[in-house]
Design a protein around this ligand. Structure first.
Ligand code: FES
Length: 206
């Protein structure tokens, strides 16, 4: 994928120059905050080739906004100096990059092997039934998004587990899971504006 992206980017740059189809700043309201733009600029300076900073730059944009609207991808492309098409291609490739807004609260269930062996899939199914949404969906009121994770949260020894926004819930027994569902239904975990902000592992709360 990286080779394909680099080839395509190099071809674009050789034909159009580094920012040929980046955002036209004059007629677009910037989505990226000045601080985010500064962080991206600092990231670009770390690498001999600007386009190497594309993935971290997209993650920085997502950390600010919560997801990646098309305009933000165009802004990142312009800052990094790659084509909008190349930035879109990368943003579409990685599941950790979000091309649509999520729920106000994120419930991420780990189903990687150690957790799956300890009941992760069953936990996901129970939450899916209780919330009446499939993994990857958002409840109709936009409050909760259920996610099947593609990453280990580093809490394998405390499986089954999930992360609700910034909070880890581990050793989830049926009783603890019922309590979690009640709290989700009551909106206890809603953190407006927190979607998209991943956090480092925290202490067990279950
Ligand atoms: S496999 Fe689930 S936390 Fe590591």
């Amino acid at each position: 994928m990286t080779d394909r992206l680099n080839e395509r980017t190099a071809r674009d740059e050789s034909v159009h120059g580094p920012t040929a189809d980046g955002p036209s700043a004059s007629d677009r309201q910037p989505l990226l905050a000045p601080e985010t733009r500064e962080r991206i600029a600092a990231e670009i300076r770390r690498f001999p080739q600007r386009r190497t900073a594309l993935l971290p730059a997209l993650k920085m944009a997502q950390a600010q906004i919560g997801w990646l609207p098309p305009g933000s991808i165009a802004e990142v492309a312009g800052l990094v100096g790659v084509s909008h098409a190349a930035a879109n291609e990368l943003a579409s490739f990685y599941s950790m990059l979000r091309l649509r807004p999520g729920g106000r609260s994120k419930v991420e269930v780990c189903v990687q092997l150690p957790c799956a062996l300890a009941g992760g899939e069953k936990l996901l199914a129970v939450l899916s039934d209780a919330l009446d949404i499939a993994p990857g969906e958002v409840t109709p009121d936009g409050s909760i998004e259920l996610i099947r994770t593609a990453e280990c949260f580093g809490a394998c020894h405390r499986a089954p587990m999930c992360r609700v926004n910034d909070e880890y819930h581990e050793h989830l027994t049926p009783e603890a899971t019922r309590g979690l569902i009640e709290a989700l239904r009551a909106g206890t975990f809603e953190q407006p504006g927190a979607n998209g902000n991943a956090s480092p592992p925290a202490a067990s709360s279950a």
